[in-house]
Design a protein around this ligand. Structure first.
Ligand code: PLP
Length: 549
């Protein structure tokens, strides 16, 4: 029997040094890819070279070949039958698990590297760093600080330390401030192959991409597909503008919707209904100019008699679902008002999707649906061509378009998301499960308290999941109920919980926001501190007159 056949029939190998298939089945030579053959040949050659020259006489433990030569014809027949059965299984498995593109990819290349040359080193480096053991409480990054051995070490999650992040900091403060969407990190770890991106050192070096644009045509197409498949927004018939995070689009859209500075009209007032995402105020105030200015909350203008010739027009930010309280929102002002709908959280992780959003100006970010906040990528869907052009000009004039490297990575991520939809690995089902369970756990703990309460959210019918789904808000909006806890942020800080103060959302200090988006470790520590807080309250109740906060 040919050596290339015999020893590897039906065995499932994990990739070692050559093909980067996430799943490999070894098959006979005529069915193998050249890289596999090369790799096996190399191994066999190495094995032959290291084999002792003198073999012990075959007293049960002799060389396989010697044994084989002594086999009787009946044994050989049985073996052949077994081999053919295994062969058929192996072919079936290979066809089943390797997508056609992978089968093709392996067939053209020469050498023991699957036809890969310059990409191998980078791939090896990426895998080596990803494999660094940080005890599940941190990770190493290619661009992390290199240790004495020249390799990047672990960067530990909050409340963990030591070289491999295995040491837990006792009594650690829980940090539930930022909306850092690390709850999705485990998802991408599980889908490492689908989300990995490799590109050359000369990839898209130019300022421009296809047809002299700053935006990838293919990425735009895939994002439209994603909206269509999820059913959360009508992207068809709208212009798409990319930017470095949706944060950049906040001002791009305010600029695009404002009256022309030379037209002599009064500046537009940019408003939002409290509690609102503070960046609208911060950005607008920062770029305050002749065209627009921050106008405060809609409550100030909703009932006042407005005169557009003196008050100017209004640009209203409508965040739906809202950050911080997760409510689905409508504009508060009508008439002389343009609305920018920020749909950062309008994805099935965070809310039920009653219908596709179809407003004139809509804002999206990749940060919340896929969790890739570090890539800094957002997009706007804009119906009116002139408004879209002004927004595009803003992004072009300020940064000449979103980073091409980011756009390439986003292309891979969006495709991976699309491929997962409604399957076992559906990213939205995963995200919804995680946040729903966090929301349930937090509610269960807070329900024992009379000191703090959370917003109420009703289950809703989701067109994506095709069922009523339980709430899974990105944030818990906490109210401190005791009279003495006027500053809720401060009250929770004293209980070792860092939150985002309600004043930043123009909601008053009795409120504060808890993020449910961070890592599992962050959430576990948060639950410990919340439980401590509620337990202390119970103790206080049992011994009236004392206060633990
Ligand atoms: C409502 C809302 N809009 C926009 C953003 C900004 O997202 P990006 O990461 O794309 O800048 C956030 C981030 O938390 C947000 O909560």
């Amino acid at each position: 029997m040919d050596d290339r056949h015999g020893e590897h029939y039906g065995r499932v190998l994990l990739p070692k040094d050559c093909c980067m298939y996430s799943f490999r089945v070894d098959v006979p030579a005529q069915f193998r890819f050249p890289c596999q053959i090369e790799s096996l040949e190399k191994k066999e050659r190495a094995a032959r070279e290291t084999r002792p020259v003198k073999m012990e006489p075959a007293a049960g433990g002799g060389g396989g070949r010697q044994q084989a030569s002594r086999r009787r014809p009946a044994d050989l027949g049985l073996l052949a039958l077994l081999c053919s059965s295994l062969l058929l299984n192996a072919i079936f498995l290979a066809r089943h698990f390797l997508p056609p593109s992978r089968l093709l990819a392996g067939s053209g290349g020469g050498g023991g590297t699957c036809g890969l040359s310059w990409a191998l080193q980078a791939a090896r480096e990426a895998e080596a760093v990803a494999a660094v053991d940080c005890s599940g409480h941190g990770q190493a990054f290619i661009d992390g600080v290199a240790g004495e051995d020249g390799r990047p070490g672990c960067e530990c999650n909050a409340c963990f330390g030591g070289p491999d992040c295995s040491l837990r900091t006792p009594g650690c403060t829980a940090d539930a401030d930022s909306g850092n969407p690390l709850f999705l990190e485990p998802y991408w770890r599980r889908h490492a192959a689908a989300s990995a991106v490799v590109f050359s050192g000369w990839h898209r070096m130019s300022y421009v991409t296809t047809d002299g644009r700053f935006q990838s045509v293919e990425l735009e197409r895939q994002i439209r597909r994603l909206h269509r498949a999820v059913g959360n927004a009508v992207a068809d018939g709208k212009h798409m503008v990319f930017a470095a995070g949706s944060l950049q689009l906040i001002n791009a859209l305010v600029h695009a919707l404002s009256p022309d500075a030379d037209a002599g009209s009064p500046p537009a007032r940019v408003v939002a209904t409290a509690p609102y995402y503070g960046a609208y105020r911060v950005q607008t105030a920062m770029f305050d100019g002749r065209e627009y200015r921050w106008g405060g909350t809609t409550a100030r203008w909703a009932n006042a008699s407005r005169n557009s010739s003196t008050d100017g027009s209004f640009i209203e930010f409508v965040t739906s679902p809202n950050n911080p309280d997760a409510m689905l929102r409508e504009p508060a002002l009508r008439g002389s008002s343009a609305a920018i709908f920020d749909h950062a959280y309008y994805w099935p992780h965070f809310t039920h999707i009653p219908a596709p959003a179809d407003e004139d100006v809509m804002l999206f970010t990749i940060s919340k649906p896929s969790g890739h906040a570090g890539s800094r990528f957002g997009w706007a869907l804009i119906r009116d061509e002139k408004v879209a052009k002004r927004a595009l000009d803003y992004v072009s004039d300020s940064i000449m378009g979103a980073s091409r490297d980011t756009q390439l990575r986003m292309l891979g991520i969006v495709k991976a998301m699309l491929a997962s939809l409604h399957g076992e690995d559906d990213i939205f089902a995963f995200g919804h499960d995680v946040i729903r369970s966090r929301w349930r756990r937090l509610n269960a703990a807070v329900s024992r308290s009379r000191r703090i309460s959370l917003q109420k959210i009703a289950p809703g019918n989701c067109t994506y999941f095709k069922r009523i789904r339980e709430p899974s808000p990105a944030y818990a909006w906490v109210r401190c109920e005791r009279e003495e806890d006027e500053d809720c942020h401060d009250a929770l800080l004293k209980a070792n919980i860092i939150t985002r103060a309600g004043v930043g959302f123009e909601a008053g200090s009795r409120y504060t926001r808890i993020s449910l988006l961070k890592s599992d470790d962050d959430f576990d520590v948060l639950m410990e501190r919340v439980t401590d807080l509620v337990d202390a309250e119970k103790k206080d109740d049992a011994a009236p007159g004392s206060s633990s906060m």
